[in-house]
Design a protein around this ligand. Structure first.
Ligand SMILES: [Zn+2]
Length: 261
């Protein structure tokens, strides 16, 4: 093939790739990309080698944390945010690394509105009732105004600190805000995935004005409508940290009874 013909072919392939329709599959059809596992966090693995830049190629919607627990991660509409340990929100630097994250490309396949929901527990119960299957993972995007929302952050750790997550979470910083409008970036994970991530739900939040966010601990909802969009995914693509001594050493048996962080 001469250059004359090779060039247009390359361009066409490039366009298909960018549009995400190479191999007849859209990016929204891809599984959830999961970096590391919650059991690693439960066993004190807080450093990874994956950058935000690399993660962004795997999804436009997701959550996670940053190395040494230096902030919480929320990704919405392709923008990756970092909620710093002091509660401040900013766009994450492209080269900042994560020890744990899950992302995917969001495309709603079901949208519904809920009313008369008083708190996060009720909200989760209502969503649970409407999931087509309890055995598939889902992305869950929730837009509403919250009467009060409590989010948790993390305190940045020393590089060698491998204290388990359950112990660390006893002293995690908590931030409370009233009358806040924003989006919950959430996941439903089936019970069998509880070693990979929190099951059944893992919710992070980012306010519309991008000044408040984090891991949702508790919340009360206003009487306003709640818009819920869900996106069923076909499974998981799991990537584990490489050359990571803390990840590779033996772990204690994880306590699966802990539903929170
Ligand atoms: Zn979280």
């Amino acid at each position: 093939m001469t250059n004359k013909f090779a060039f247009p072919f390359f361009n066409l392939f490039f366009m298909l790739s960018v549009c995400g329709i190479a191999n007849g599959q859209t990016v929204e059809d891809k599984p959830i990309f999961h970096y590391s596992v919650m059991d690693a966090m439960r066993n004190g693995v807080y450093t990874g080698a994956l950058t935000i830049d690399a993660l962004a190629a795997q999804g436009d919607f997701g959550l996670g944390t940053y190395n040494q627990l230096d902030g919480e991660m929320v990704a919405l509409d392709g923008v990756f945010y970092r909620v710093a340990p002091d509660g401040g929100v900013a766009k994450a630097e492209a080269q900042r690394k994560v020890p744990f994250a899950s992302v995917a490309f969001f495309k709603a396949d079901q949208v519904f509105e809920l009313t008369n929901i008083q708190n996060i527990e009720m909200l989760q119960q209502e969503i649970m009732r409407r999931l087509p299957s309890k055995n598939k993972p889902y992305l869950i995007r929730i837009e509403s105004v919250f009467k009060e929302l409590n989010v948790g952050g993390a305190n940045k750790l020393e590089a060698k600190d491998t204290t388990g997550l359950a112990e660390l979470m006893k002293s995690r910083p908590l931030y409370k805000k009233q009358n806040v409008a924003g989006t919950i970036v959430g996941f439903y994970h089936p019970a069998y995935a509880s070693g990979i991530d929190l099951s059944p739900f893992h919710f992070h939040f980012i306010s519309n004005d991008k000044t408040y966010g984090g891991h949702i601990v508790a919340g009360e909802l206003s009487s306003t409508k709640i818009k819920v969009s869900i996106d069923e995914k076909p499974g998981y693509q799991l990537m584990l940290p490489e050359d990571n001594k803390t990840f590779n050493r033996p772990w204690s048996t994880p306590d699966k009874t802990k539903g929170t962080y």
